[in-house]
Write a protein that binds this ligand. Structure first.
Ligand code: NI
Length: 174
C-alpha cells in the first residue's frame, strides 16, 4: 500500500464530478486500499477519490470511535448512492482533509439509506445515522464536486476558504 498526496483547495479537481465505475479492476481495489491508508495516516474519517486527484466514484470511511475503544470499521464503497434520507436533521461541526484547519456547522439529514458496491462488486445496502450518515453525505458531495463549505453562509465560507488556501500555499511553499 502507498500513501497518496491529498489535494487541497483551490485545486479544480475538487470541483469536478466523478464518473461511475464500470469495472472494478485490481488497480481500483489498490486505489481504495491506498485511500484508506492515506485517510488513517492523515488522520481523517473519510476520503473521496477527488481528494487524491482521481475522478472515479469511490469513497472510503471509518467512523469508529477510537476514543471509546471501538474496533476499526473500514468501509470502501464504489458508486455509492443515497436512496433515502430522513426528514429529521443533524448538525455536525465538519472538517475536511482538503480544507486545512477549516471547520463549520453543517445541517444534513440525520439518517440515510445507501446503496453501493463493495470492492468485490457485491451490491450492498446500508442504513446509517449519527456521524456515519454525515460522513457518507460529505464524501458523496465530494464526488459531485461539492465541499462542506458550500453548505455554510457566504461570510463563514469565505473566511474558512481564505484561511485554508493560505495554509495550503504555505505548505506547498514548504
Ligand atoms: Ni472532505
Amino acid at each position: 500500500m502507498a500513501l497518496l498526496p491529498i489535494v487541497l483547495v483551490p485545486d479544480p479537481v475538487l470541483r469536478q464530478v466523478a464518473k461511475p465505475v464500470e469495472t472494478i479492476t485490481p488497480e481500483l481495489r489498490r486505489l481504495m486500499d491506498d485511500m484508506l491508508e492515506t485517510m488513517y495516516e492523515a488522520p481523517g474519517i473519510g476520503l473521496a477519490a477527488n481528494q487524491v486527484g482521481r475522478l472515479e466514484r469511490v469513497i472510503v470511511m471509518d467512523c469508529a470511535d477510537k476514543h471509546e475503544g471501538e474496533e476499526p470499521q473500514p468501509l470502501q464503497m464504489v458508486n455509492p448512492q443515497i436512496i433515502a434520507s430522513s426528514q429529521e436533521t443533524n448538525t455536525y461541526n465538519e472538517g475536511c482533509l482538503s480544507i486545512p484547519e477549516g471547520h463549520g456547522d453543517v445541517v444534513r439529514p440525520a439518517a440515510v439509506t445507501l446503496r453501493y458496491l463493495d470492492p468485490d462488486g457485491q451490491s450492498c445496502e446500508l442504513e446509517a445515522d449519527g456521524l456515519l450518515a454525515t460522513c457518507i453525505q460529505h464524501e458523496i458531495d465530494h464526488l459531485n464536486g461539492i465541499l462542506f463549505t458550500d453548505h455554510l453562509s457566504k461570510l463563514k465560507r469565505d473566511m474558512v476558504l481564505k484561511k485554508a488556501k493560505k495554509i495550503a500555499r504555505d505548505r506547498q511553499a514548504g
